[in-house]
Design a protein around this ligand. Sequence first.
Ligand code: 3PG
Length: 215
Amino acid sequence: MSHTPSPMPALPAFQSRVVPVIALHDVAHAVPLAEALLAGGIDVMEITLRTPQGLACIAAVARAVPAMQLGAGTVTQAADVQRVVDAGARFALSPGCTPTLVDAVRAAQLPFVPGVMTPSEVMTARDHGFRLMKLFPAAQAGGLAMLQALGGPLADVRFCPTGGISPDNLASFLQQKNVAMVGGSWLTPADALAAHDWPRITQLARAATQAAAAA
Ligand code: 3PG
C-alpha cells in the first residue's frame, strides 16, 4: 500500500544556520540566555526536554522573547507534543522518529525535525513527508563523510547535523550542500550559565554567526 502523506507545516523562518542545543536546569536562565543569543545574531534555539525544567524554560522564552524562533528538543514521545505546543514552542526536534511521534506532530500541525542516522531512517522520514532531518549523533554516524555519502542517493534531503559539532568544524559542515544548519551545545557552556555570564554567550554566538557567514 502506498499513500502520500499530507504535507507537514514548514519550520518558522530564521536567519541563523547554527542552532544552540540547550539543557537548562534553572528557569531563571532561560530568558537572559535567549536574549544573549539574539544579541549575538542567533535567532533560533532548541531547548530540550532533557531536564525537569525544560518545559518551563520553553514557556518562559515563548512568553518573553518573541523574536526567538523557539524549538523544543528531545521530543521523543507522542505525549510530549501537546506539552511543547502548550508551552509555546514553534517547532520540535527529536533524536529519532517513530510512527506515533509523526502522528502526534501531524495532528498538532507542529513543524518537526525528525532525527535519523541511517539511509533507511532517512527514507522512512521522507516517506512521512519530511525533507529536513537532524543527523544524530552526527559525529558517531560518520560526520562529514556520512553526509557526503547520503547526498548521493538521497539528494533531496537536507540535514541539521548535531552531536560533535564545534567551532573548529562547523564551517566544514555548513559547506556541505545537503547541510541546512548545524546544532550543538558549545554555545551554552554550563559554567557560563551558572555564572550568568551572558556576555560570554553573546560572544560565542557572534563567533558562530561569523563563522557560519564565512562558510
Ligand atoms: C546533545 O546530544 O546534547 C546534542 O546533540 C548536542 O551535542 P554536542 O554536545 O556534541 O554539541
